[in-house]
Write a protein of this length. Structure first.
Length: 226
């Protein structure tokens, strides 16, 4: 059973998502929130597997609420999918930097939303089909992150990686899946998963989405490459 929290300031939107999820086997809506502060509080109380988080909410916006949830050690098992009607670069990158495991537009098809929740609940990351890696590249290229502004902790952690780990991080940043990385490096998918587990531990990343952000922030992947 996948437990889900719905965080959106529009009651009608929450009702629609609840009706959709309640009709699906294997899903349970455990909490609802109409503002960012309540979203954080409900997450702490119910510890859902996945939070569907709107960006524009009162009290605390969705990005700030996402950051509070993902940085809470007690909520290490909770993943956040940011949902919005706005396909804007700063929202995509902001959501990923805040620790979101996914970014989807509200006009997503119901079947795709269900699939997305399952993917994120399993620990993987996703972006909406129309919100591709080019948006992250555009944000970085426009000055969102420059070599002089790279987070010191991330840069230091990068130095601690082995050459193979840096290579795999770069491929993850370019959008390659595990099978594609294994084929490119002529290794087994299990070997790739082992290296990814080490990357998560060394870089303090929750999931693949954060590895993509780190690959760009540290300059390991340059905008427009891949």
């Amino acid at each position: 059973m996948i437990s889900v929290e719905l965080a959106d300031d529009q009651a009608l939107v929450r009702a629609g998502f609840r009706a959709l999820l309640d009709a699906q086997p294997g899903f349970q809506v455990v909490a609802e929130a109409a503002d960012g502060l309540s979203a954080v509080q409900r997450a702490g109380e119910h510890r859902p597997d996945v939070v569907l988080m709107d960006i524009r909410m009162p009290e605390l916006d969705g990005l700030q609420a996402t950051a509070r949830i993902t940085r809470d050690p007690a909520l290490a098992g909770t993943r956040v999918i940011v949902l919005t009607t706005f396909e804007l670069d700063e929202y995509v990158f902001g959501a990923l930097r805040a620790g979101a495991s996914g970014f989807l537009l509200k006009d997503i098809e119901p079947t795709d939303l269900i699939a997305a929740i399952r993917v994120v609940a399993q620990g993987d990351a996703l972006l909406a089909p129309r919100v591709t890696r080019r948006l992250i590249e555009a944000f970085v290229d426009s000055g969102g992150s420059t070599p002089d502004e790279r987070p010191a902790a991330a840069a230091a952690a990068l130095e601690a990686l082995t050459p193979r780990e840096r290579e795999i991080l770069g491929l993850v940043g370019r959008g390659l899946a595990n099978a594609e990385i294994a084929e490119a490096l002529v290794v087994s998918p299990l070997t790739v998963k082992t290296h990814l587990a080490r990357l998560f531990a060394k870089l303090g990343a929750r999931d693949r989405a954060q590895l993509v952000v780190l690959a760009y922030e540290t300059g390991l992947v340059a905008p427009g490459s891949g």
